[in-house]
Design a protein around this ligand. Structure first.
Ligand code: NAI
Length: 514
C-alpha cells in the first residue's frame, strides 16, 4: 500500500482548528480535499476563514497569489458524507468522544471503498478502541497532528492492536510527502508526547506542593536548561483545565498508576477558575494585559541572582570529579589566579572549599550529605543563561551558606536558592523525562530515535530524552531516581527496567553469571 496515498483524493471530517489545518496541508501537497462538518455551514465557513488566512500570508510574501488560488481550488466544502464515496483516505478531526468517533467510522464504512484508509487525529482516545466494531479494523490508524498543523512538524502515526502495518507505513510515508516528520507509536495512553511530557509539569507541581521554590524560580531554572518556556508559564498558556484533564486521562488510562497522579496544586487552580492566560490568572497574574507576566517574573529572578561579586578567598580549593564541568571549574578558578588541586577519582563532582563541599546533585539532599555541604543543580547550557538551583544543608551555618552562594557566583552561575529537596529542579525533571521515555521504549510504544524526534518537534524540547541520557550517564540517572524514591517512597520514582538493562548492556566485556 506504501505510496499509494500520494495525491489521492481525501476527506477531512471536522472543520475545526485541526481539521482545517490538515485540509490546508493536504491541499498544499496537491491533494483534492473534501471538508465536512456535522454543523451545517461550518465547513464552508472554515474554508472562507482559511482563504483569509492564506491571503494574509500572501500579503506578507509567504505564499504567492497563485499558491493561494491553487490551495483553495483543491478544497471543497461538502454538506453530506455521501459525496465523498470515491476518496482513498479519510482524516477525522471531530469532537474527542469515543462513541462519536466510532459511529462516524462505522458510517464511513458504508460509504467509502473497502481499501480506503481511515485515520483519526485523536490525541487521547485508544486507536484500538475506535477500531472496535469496524468491518475492516485493520485500515484504521492514528494520524496525530500537533497544533498549529501547518507549522508543527510532528505526526505521531499510531497503530492500534489491529492496524495493518502497511496502513501505518502508508500514512508514515504520506506524512513525509506533506513535509512532516512522522514517528511510529503504539496506541497506549498519551501516545508518545503526551505521555513522556507528563513529568515536565508533574515535577514542578510536586516542588510547588512542598514549597521548595516559587513558580518564577522554577521557570527560570528550566528556561536556563534550554526549555523555551518554564512549566508554570507553559501550563498557564495551555490552560490548567486542559493540562489537568490530559494528566487525569493518562492517570486513569494507566489504571491509576501513582507515577501519573495529578497534582492538588493544579486541581486547586482549576477549581478556583485560575486557568492561566485565558482567565487572566494562573500561576501568574495576566490582568491589565500583562501577557509577558511570566517571562518578566523569571527575568527578575535571573537579574536578582546576577549581582557580581569578587572571588571569595580560600586556603584550599579542590575540584572533584572529571568531565566538562570539572574542567570548567578548574579553568574559571585558574583564570582568577587561584591555586587548584584536582581530585579526578573522587566519587562526587564539584568544588571543595577549605573542607566544605559544593556538590553537583546526585539526588541526595545536602543535609543527607553533611553539615558544610551544598548541592547544585545540573547545569545544561555552558556559557549561556546559567541560572542554577542550589540548596545548602539544613545544618550549615548562615555564614557558610552565604560563602557557598558567593562561590557559585564566582564560578559563573546565577544561583537560585531553593529548599533542600532531592534532585533540585533540572536534574530531577530531566531524570524523570528520561525515565518515562525509557519506559515508553521498554513497552514498545516507540523507538529511542522516535522519542527524541517527538519531544523536540511536538513540544519543542531543546534535546531528546535519549540525547540527554547520552550526555549524562544512565548510572547517574538511576542513582538520582533511586535517591528520590528513597526520599519520597511510593511508585512515582521507580526506575524503568530499560534504564537498568541499559547500564548492564553498556558494561564491556560481557560477564556471564553461572
Ligand atoms: P474543534 O472543536 O475546533 O473542531 C471540531 C469540529 O468537529 C467542530 O467544527 C464540530 O462541529 C465538528 N464535529 C463534531 N462532531 C462531529 C461529527 N460527528 N461529524 C462531523 N463533524 C463533527 O476541535 P479541534 O481542536 O479541531 O480537535 C479536533 C480533534 O483533534 C479532537 O479529536 C482533538 O482531540 C484532536 N486534536 C486536537 C488538538 C488541539 O490542539 N486542538 C491537537 C491534536 C489533536
Amino acid at each position: 500500500m506504501s505510496n499509494t496515498l500520494n495525491s489521492a483524493p481525501l476527506l477531512v471530517v471536522g472543520a475545526g482548528i485541526m481539521g482545517v489545518g490538515i485540509a490546508q496541508v493536504a491541499a498544499q501537497a496537491g491533494h483534492a480535499v473534501m471538508l465536512f462538518d456535522a454543523r451545517e455551514g461550518a465547513a464552508a465557513e472554515a474554508r472562507a476563514k482559511l482563504a483569509k488566512t492564506l491571503e494574509a500570508l500572501a500579503a506578507k510574501g509567504k505564499l504567492s497569489a497563485e499558491d493561494v488560488t491553487q490551495i483553495l481550488s483543491r478544497i471543497q466544502a461538502i454538506n453530506a458524507l455521501d459525496a465523498a464515496a470515491s476518496v482513498r483516505l479519510v482524516v477525522e478531526a471531530i469532537v474527542e468522544k469515543l462513541d462519536v468517533k466510532r459511529g462516524l467510522f462505522q458510517q464511513l464504512e458504508t460509504i467509502v471503498a473497502a481499501d480506503c484508509v481511515l485515520a483519526t487525529n485523536t490525541s487521547s482516545i485508544s486507536v484500538t478502541a475506535i477500531a472496535n466494531g469496524l468491518q475492516h479494523p485493520g485500515r484504521l490508524v492514528g494520524m496525530h497532528f500537533f497544533n498549529p498543523v501547518p507549522l508543527m512538524k510532528l505526526v505521531e502515526v499510531v497503530s492500534g492492536l489491529q492496524t495493518e502495518p502497511a496502513v501505518a507505513t502508508a500514512i508514515f510515508d504520506l506524512s513525509k510527502v506533506w513535509g512532516k516528520v512522522p514517528v511510529h507509536a503504539r496506541s497506549t495512553p498519551g501516545f508518545i508526547v503526551n505521555r513522556i511530557a507528563r513529568p515536565y509539569y508533574a515535577e514542578t507541581l510536586a516542588l510547588l506542593q512542598e514549597q521548595a521554590a516559587t513558580p518564577a524560580v522554577l521557570d527560570a531554572c528550566l528556561r536556563a536548561a534550554g526549555f523555551r518556556m518554564g512549566p508554570c508559564e507553559l501550563m498557564d498558556l495551555i490552560g490548567h483545565d486542559t493540562n489537568f484533564s490530559v494528566t487525569q486521562s493518562v492517570y486513569e488510562a494507566n489504571f491509576f498508576d501513582k507515577r501519573f497522579a495529578p497534582s492538588l496544586v493544579q486541581r486547586e487552580l482549576v477549581d478556583g477558575g485560575l486557568l492561566g492566560r485565558k482567565s487572566g490568572r494562573g500561576f501568574y497574574d495576566y490582568a491589565d494585559g500583562a501577557a509577558a507576566a511570566a517571562a518578566a517574573a523569571a527575568t527578575a529572578v535571573a537579574m536578582a541572582a546576577a549581582e557580581s561579586m569578587p572571588m571569595p578567598s580560600a586556603e584550599l580549593l579542590r575540584v572533584h570529579g572529571q568531565g566538562p564541568l570539572a574542567d570548567r571549574f578548574v579553568a574559571v578558578l585558574e583564570t582568577a589566579g587561584q591555586t587548584v588541586q584536582c581530585v579526578p577519582a573522587s566519587d562526587w563532582l564539584g568544588l571543595e572549599v577549605d573542607g566544605a563541599q559544593l556538590r553537583l546533585s546526585d539526588g541526595r539532599t545536602a543535609s543527607q550529605l553533611g553539615a558544610e555541604v551544598a548541592v547544585f543543580d545540573l547545569p545544561l547550557q555552558a556559557g549561556q543563561d546559567l541560572t542554577l538551583a542550589w540548596a545548602p544543608s539544613l545544618r550549615a551555618s548562615e555564614a557558610w551558606t552565604a560563602t557557598a552562594a558567593h562561590w557559585l557566583v564566582a564560578l559563573g552561575f546565577k544561583p537560585q536558592r531553593i529548599a533542600d529537596v532531592p534532585g533540585l529542579v533540572v536534574a530531577r525533571t530531566l531524570a524523570m523525562l528520561i525515565n518515562e521515555a525509557a519506559d515508553a521504549v521498554h513497552q514498545g510504544v516507540c523507538t529511542a530515535e522516535g522519542a527524541n524526534a517527538a519531544m523536540k518537534l511536538g513540544v519543542n524540547y531543546p534535546a531528546g530524552p535519549f540525547e540527554w541520557l547520552a550526555d549524562w550517564n544512565a548510572g547517574a540517572v538511576i542513582g538520582l531516581l533511586d535517591a528520590l524514591d528513597a526520599h519520597y517512597r511510593g511508585e512515582r520514582y521507580r526506575v524503568s527496567p530499560w534504564l537498568r538493562q541499559h547500564v548492564w548492556q553498556s558494561l564491556t566485556p560481557s560477564v556471564n553469571c553461572s
